[in-house]
Design a protein around this ligand. Structure first.
Ligand SMILES: Cc1ncc(COP(=O)(O)O)c(C=O)c1O
Length: 373
């Protein structure tokens, strides 16, 4: 039999799956990384109309339909006052493909990629697939990424650093001052800043800021998606924003690996970006209410947890054996070390689940905490 390539042998399946598989059928699942709301109706209708009118039977342009690229560009001006040329955008199969393209197109074998630890599981794996060397960086006490630490970690071998705000798994949101610093570092050190903004609209305190706004060179690339904002994880639609040259290089890979993002999803995404945004506001309000209940419940249980300002995750510090105890009692949480070595001693809880389940889970977690202390 043909041997498997080293680059896949070196990467294992995400630890999150293992937890799901260990859980019983009746378990309350706080391990899930997707909103528990339906995709807004007008978005579904746009896809249905595109299908019925025969607009999705053929490949689209590699970079995506022009209406969607216009909608992406307009969104940055509307939301953040950032002028983006539609030519500097491309549609991808989710934020996941966008991250993959950004790394494949910019990282040479042996080059280093700096990213937060704990951080989203794909950063390490996709860096390895690109032949790069992962450089996980520990976080501040409040679980944000420190620009000074990033700057210190940069070497001649550094190709890129990844910033993710709001963050999976911590829910932390980087300040405007941090984002300005990330842009300055990308400019001054001539390294790429990949800003993963898939949770950009799920912010409870303060605002989302993109380093794209502050960069003076073309060294910032933005990755985002419809997945979390519009509860569209199954549609597989994301995008990239970057200079014409960078988009040109990334589309070379996309052209051969994907041809184009799914056409029905592109029409749906255009409707999501240009249509009413109230479903997003309603979802964010529900997440905020749950966030407060979860944080209060964890603090009452005697756990230390920085209050997450965004996304739909909380990351408390937990005693040894806590995750196993909680799982035995029927609540699925993800052990922090699934997100990097520095995640050890933490757990990631997703509150993208009903308030009723959250309240039951908090009681169970309270009992489990007393049992392991
Ligand atoms: C931080 C982060 N980036 C990117 C992604 C990928 O998003 P998508 O579902 O659009 O591929 C996720 C999904 O969980 C995520 O949490």
């Amino acid at each position: 039999m043909t041997e498997f390539a080293t680059r896949v042998e070196d990467v294992s399946i995400s630890g999150i799956r293992e937890v799901f598989e260990a859980a019983g059928e009746d378990a309350i699942n706080l391990g899930i990384g997707q909103p528990d709301f339906p995709t807004p109706d007008h978005v579904r209708q746009a896809a249905i109309e595109a299908i019925e009118s025969g607009q999705v039977d053929a490949y689209t342009s590699n970079k995506g339909i022009s209406q969607l690229r216009e909608a992406i560009a307009t969104k940055y001006d509307r939301d953040y006052g950032i002028e983006v040329d539609p030519e500097h955008t491309m549609a991808t199969s989710g934020g996941s493909e966008a991250l993959h393209l950004a790394l494949e197109a910019h990282v040479d074998p042996g080059q280093e990629v700096i990213f937060p630890d704990p951080g989203f599981v794909s950063y390490d794996a996709l860096t390895r697939f690109a032949g790069g060397t992962p450089k996980p960086l520990s976080l501040r006490e409040d679980l944000t990424l420190d620009p000074a630490a990033v700057e210190e970690a940069i070497t001649d071998e550094t190709a890129a650093f990844i910033v993710n705000s709001p963050s999976n798994p911590t829910g932390a949101v980087q300040s405007e001052a941090d984002m300005r610093e990330f842009a300055r570092i990308a400019d001054e050190h001539d390294v790429l800043c990949i800003s993963d903004e898939v949770y950009e609209h799920i912010v409870f305190e303060g605002e989302h800021h993109s380093p794209l706004k502050f960069a003076e060179t073309d060294n910032v690339i933005v990755v985002s998606a419809c997945s979390k904002t519009y509860s569209m994880t199954g549609w597989r639609l994301g995008w990239l924003v970057g200079s014409g040259d960078r988009i040109d290089r990334m589309v070379r890979i996309h052209q051969y690996a994907q041809a184009c993002a799914s056409a029905p999803a592109q029409f749906a995404a255009e409707a999501a970006l240009t249509g009413p945004q109230d479903p997003v506001d309603e979802m964010v309000a529900a997440f905020e209410e749950r966030r407060d209940v979860v944080v209060d419940g964890l603090v009452d249980a005697g756990l230390e947890v920085p209050t997450p300002s965004g996304a739909f995750y909380a990351m408390p510090k937990v005693p040894d054996g806590w995750c196993e105890e909680v799982l035995d009692r029927g609540v699925v949480v993800v052990p922090g070390d699934a997100f990097g070595a520095n995640g050890a001693g933490y757990a990631r809880l997703s509150y993208a689940t009903s308030m009723e389940d959250l309240k039951d889970a908090l009681e169970i977690m309270d009992d489990a905490t007393s049992a392991v202390r």
